[in-house]
Write a protein that binds this ligand. Structure first.
Ligand code: ADP
Ligand code: MG
Length: 142
């Protein structure tokens, strides 16, 4: 499996419910490592830019409002097959359809408040990481 980086967010609903520790513990237990991390309260403009791919979808407004409703934890994760591994740990977008023991099944409240974000492919991972972290703030170990 290829060594990869992926981008993850503990969304405002996860930070507000004190779930950072549980989520990071699972990331580390499953063999990924945190290579960069910072908290940030996204502005509406930040959230609109980050989710620009969803502009025009019926849920876009709700998504931007909820992502800018409180601070988030932004992280770069790395390890073998990190992109798919983190997507597997997160579970399906809709918590009601997420597999047992995934973050969204355990902690998600609704499709809009599904607690975590993860990149879906190498190109989006690169773009999302670069949006928030200069290379000098990423501490790689491979
Ligand atoms: P994922 O986060 O699993 O990659 P998407 O990229 O399709 O999912 O959507 C981005 C985010 O937008 C989701 O995590 C979810 O919070 C929100 N979202 C997606 N679809 C809906 C929907 N039908 N209604 C409300 N929010 C949605
Ligand atoms: Mg997505």
């Amino acid at each position: 499996m290829a060594f990869e980086r992926t981008f993850s967010i503990v969304k405002p609903d996860g930070v507000a419910r004190n779930l950072i520790g549980k989520i990071v513990a699972r990331i580390e237990a499953d063999g990924l490592r945190v290579a960069a991390a910072k908290m940030k309260h996204l502005s509406r403009r930040d959230a609109e830019g980050f989710y620009a791919v969803h502009k025009g979808r019926p849920f876009f407004e709700e998504l931007v409002t909820s992502m800018s409703s409180g601070p988030v934890l932004l992280m770069v994760l790395e390890g073998d097959g990190a992109i798919l591994k983190w997507r597997d740990i997160m579970g399906a977008t809709n918590p009601a359809q997420a597999a047992e023991n995934t973050m969204r099944k355990l902690y998600g409240r609704s499709i809009g408040e599904n607690t975590v974000h993860g990149s879906d492919a190498p190109e989006t991972a690169r773009q999302e990481i670069a949006w928030f972290f200069p290379e000098s703030e990423i501490y790689t170990k491979n």
